[in-house]
Design a protein around this ligand. Structure first.
Ligand code: F6R
Length: 250
């Protein structure tokens, strides 16, 4: 695993965007696994700037997103499809037909998960999978559980995740209670995994994930088994992990 420690969120975003940009430049038809949430917003802004400057070309890029709330249409301003359109896709020259997000409005969410997993299998592994991390160690919406679930599946969101996401909704009651998420199978199949973490409230989860036992109680801990993980975090988020004596690259 390569670990990069940065001063703050902006520096984290720049460094992680550079890793993503290198991938896009090296392989213009890359499959990018993407995430939503506050962690990747700065990174996406840097990619948008790179595209505007003519340094990055998304015209042959395919994207696969991790997850979507069940029950939200792509036009709902809290849906992850809407997030991706407004935070990245609308501002770069990606072909929207090659951007994939689970359909939260599918009448049968379980069938939608089967469709999404088949699509992922057909596409093949993502060249790079971007991940944020929940305070409880979740990746995508793979919440702490007794088992790791490999394929795309429907999840009941935990109280901790609903609390964390309530800030984006008018009230806690409006936060969907279920989501569709890529399982750990497709995440682990990605050729490279890029994790971005920022802020002190992530420190405990980051330490547990990368210095603790591999357990579905801390879903991100499975990344210890991945051969190519790049972890980019600010000092606050990495403080606990660095205390354990792991070595950072820069
Ligand atoms: C988002 C996702 C989630 C977030 C995680 C961290 O697509 O899959 O796992 O990455 O909840 O969220 P933020 O970045 O808002 O702290």
């Amino acid at each position: 695993m390569q670990i990069y420690v940065t001063k703050d969120y902006e520096a984290m975003s720049r460094k992680a965007a550079a890793v993503m940009a290198a991938q896009i430049i090296a392989k213009p038809d890359s499959i990018l696994g993407l995430a939503t949430g506050s962690s990747p917003v700065g990174l996406y802004q840097d990619l948008i700037a790179g595209c505007a400057a003519g340094d990055l070309d998304f015209s042959r890029i395919t994207t696969v997103n991790l997850d979507e709330y069940a029950g939200l249409d792509g036009t709902h301003d809290q849906s992850y499809r809407y997030f991706m359109n407004t935070n990245l896709f609308d501002h770069v020259n990606v072909d929207k037909a090659r951007t994939n997000v689970p359909n939260g409005k599918a009448p049968d969410p379980a069938a939608e998960c089967v469709r999404y997993e088949a699509m992922l299998q057909k596409l093949g592994p993502a060249d790079i999978q971007l991940l944020g991390m929940g305070r409880n160690g979740h990746i995508g919406f793979n919440e702490p559980d007794d088992v790791f679930t490999a394929p795309t599946h429907v999840v009941e969101l935990t109280d901790s995740t609903i609390d964390a996401n309530a800030r984006f909704f008018a009230s806690r009651d409006e936060v969907p209670k279920k989501a569709l998420t890529m399982g750990v199978g497709a995440i682990m199949r990605a050729r490279r995994v890029l994790v971005v973490v920022s802020g002190p409230d992530k420190a405990e989860a980051v330490k547990a994930a990368f210095a603790g036992p591999i357990t579905p109680r801390v879903p991100a801990s499975i990344l210890q088994l991945h051969p190519d993980v790049v972890l980019v975090g600010d000092e606050a988020a990495l403080a606990g992990l660095l205390e354990t004596g792991v070595t950072a690259c820069g």
